[in-house]
Design a protein around this ligand. Sequence first.
Ligand code: ZN
Length: 361
Amino acid sequence: MPVGTLASVKGMPQDVLEELGVQILLGNTYHLYLRPGVETVRRMGGLHGFMSWDRAILTDSGGFQVFSLTELRKVSEEGVTFRSHLDGSSHFFSPESAMAAQIGLGADIIMAFDECTEYPADGQRARDSMELTLRWAERCKRYFEEHKHQVPWTHAESAELRSAGQPRAAVPTWAGATQVLFGIVQGGMDRELRRESASRTIDIGFPGYAIGGLSVGEPRELTRGIVASTLEHLPSDQPRYLMGVGTPEEIAHYAQSGVDMMDCVLPTRAARHGLLFTSEGKLSIKQARYAQDESALDPACDCRVCQRYSRAYLRHLYAANELLAQVLNTVHNLHYYLATMRTVRTWIRAGRASSTGVSRM
Ligand SMILES: [Zn+2]
């Protein structure tokens, strides 16, 4: 899932995303709540209507961003008080208000409000944090079940179809559809806590499960170990979502380990800094060695950038700080990530082991 923090994948018009084959985008509740505000988005039919995107959207709960504001937040049983990074104004997120915000934003998949346990955390701290996340998960589910009919597009679509004089039988089944709420497994870097968190989150009952609290500064090997041991305890017939990961090699590895969904700012953020992922490894287009290089960015890539422009031109755009540099670099990196996932899906369908030697589960 490419990351569209503020209802926009930076520099990418929606038709270009469609052309690239993006099936689902991630939006950040914390940022959208502060700007333009949930009510504005809700009135325009939710994120789908507001940003003119008919394909799927997932919103995070805001928890991860709020917990990143270490200097600006205060956690209690009830929720989290935090200060806006924009103007310093004070706000409060509880499991209930985070659900209300995500229902108003109207993504297809929304996430439980959890506490992202910091790294490193001692055993007691990781347990207390996991217990808080479990209590919050129950509150999220209760609120969601009571309010899910308030999602903006259910009303908008139904009303539109009714006013168009559609007979009842012609109203498609999705007209009454609601969002789905995923639970999040925490437990720090402790495998036993992860097992317990998975088991108790499953007991609460969600249609999909995320593995949260990783990529928070721990070594990559530790991330791999925790993901592998957590996956064993999550149902393989429901979506399993690994949050905030990773490099092209990592997403291929995790997908073949049984992860179904991932999101990461890396392809888009790296692109804006001139860092490009290619079939020959990472390439920093800002380097002077590319100033006279007439070859394509990645000769093995069939994206519209590699088909048309030279490394010399892309290097020039970057050095001259042209907006087009960010756009073209992002197009290529997103294409590279999406192509990686298309290859992984082909491997999975064919039931083959990956190039990294990891067997399909
Ligand atoms: Zn390309």
